[in-house]
Design a protein around this ligand. Structure first.
Ligand SMILES: NC(=O)c1ccc[n+]([C@@H]2O[C@H](COP(=O)([O-])OP(=O)(O)OC[C@H]3O[C@@H](n4cnc5c(N)ncnc54)[C@H](OP(=O)(O)O)[C@@H]3O)[C@@H](O)[C@H]2O)c1
Length: 263
């Protein structure tokens, strides 16, 4: 299937590791030119080298920005657009959530994490919008999380952060539709990145289990019984970025092995 991605240009935030880096690798495999954005310059350099090692023909640049420092966002997007010669796809992947129940989360952490997602995501999109409007295949893909739909007390912050991301995805889809830009969200369940390793360790500690048993415990609620891999999320990102998804917009798709109970 021709995905119509060859020669397209993408900006990806949070691209130095985890899901963002895997999306970059999958895009490179389709011939998409990449700007990898993040706050960790050394990490970005290593990530770019990793993409080039797997896909020697890949066009990759790196740009440093910190979503907690809003003044770095516009210049980073402009530098990316200049180096790529335009942009067709924006993937807002940077983010995370401070783990814990309400009483365990300091005020400062609410403010810090919200600055990254959804606020940083909004700022990134606003900066990229004038350039996306010039594309004939504009795409915005926001990485949310299943807790946005099904919040849990023990992960209090994941709910509003990811719910906010889903909500702005819908609103932006409405706003950008007349410019031919689609906006969608991907909601991963627990995915095998650094965050998942931490979750397994915490579960093992809290429940007095071995790491293996803690992972099994977490998988109990996943009907398909497997840990989500970043590749599972990246495959969907490739499809949503492609010409094949041209009339899919304003939606959010779970990649969670069937764990989410709501439809
Ligand atoms: N893994 C999961 O189980 C899971 C589940 C649901 C949703 N998600 C979502 O998926 C996305 C990617 O998560 P991941 O699992 O790949 O996590 P990760 O490995 O922790 O990666 C998070 C990325 O966000 C970047 N980032 C964090 N704060 C930033 C800031 N202020 N400015 C710029 N970049 C920043 C990190 O950069 P640094 O290296 O500089 O920290 C890193 O590249 C996140 O939005 C997360 O909420 C993940």
């Amino acid at each position: 299937m021709d995905l119509g991605l060859h020669g397209r240009k993408a900006i990806i935030s949070g691209a130095n590791r985890g899901i963002g880096l895997t999306i970059a690798e999958h895009f490179a495999a389709e011939g998409v030119a990449l700007a990898l954005l993040g706050r960790n310059e050394a990490g970005l350099t290593v990530a770019a080298a990793q993409v080039r090692a797997k896909h020697p023909a890949a066009k990759v640049c790196t740009v440093v920005m910190d979503l907690e420092q809003p003044q770095t966002i516009n210049p980073a997007v402009e530098a990316s657009v200049t180096q790529l010669g335009g942009v067709d796809i924006l993937v807002n992947c940077a983010g995370g959530a401070y783990r814990g129940r309400l009483e365990e989360i300091p005020d400062e952490m609410w403010e810090r994490y919200f600055k990254v997602k959804p606020l940083g995501l909004l700022r990134m999109t606003r900066a990229a919008l004038p350039h996306l409007k010039k594309s004939d295949q504009g795409r915005v893909i926001n990485i949310s999380g299943t807790r946005g739909r099904e919040p849990e007390a023990h992960s209090m912050m994941s709910g509003p952060i990811n719910f906010g991301t889903l909500s702005v995805t819908k609103a932006m889809a409405n706003e950008f539709g007349p410019f031919g830009i689609t906006v969608n969200a991907i909601a991963p369940g627990s995915t095998a990145t650094r965050r998942f390793t931490e979750l397994v360790e915490i579960t093992a500690l809290e429940r007095g289990l071995s790491l293996e048993k803690a992972e099994q415990y977490l998988l109990q609620e996943v009907p398909l019984g497997k840990v989500i891999q970043p590749e599972d999320v990246a495959d969907l990102a490739v499809f949503l970025a492609s010409a094949r998804s041209r009339l899919i917009s304003g939606t959010a798709i779970n990649v969670d092995g069937g764990r989410t109970r709501s439809i």
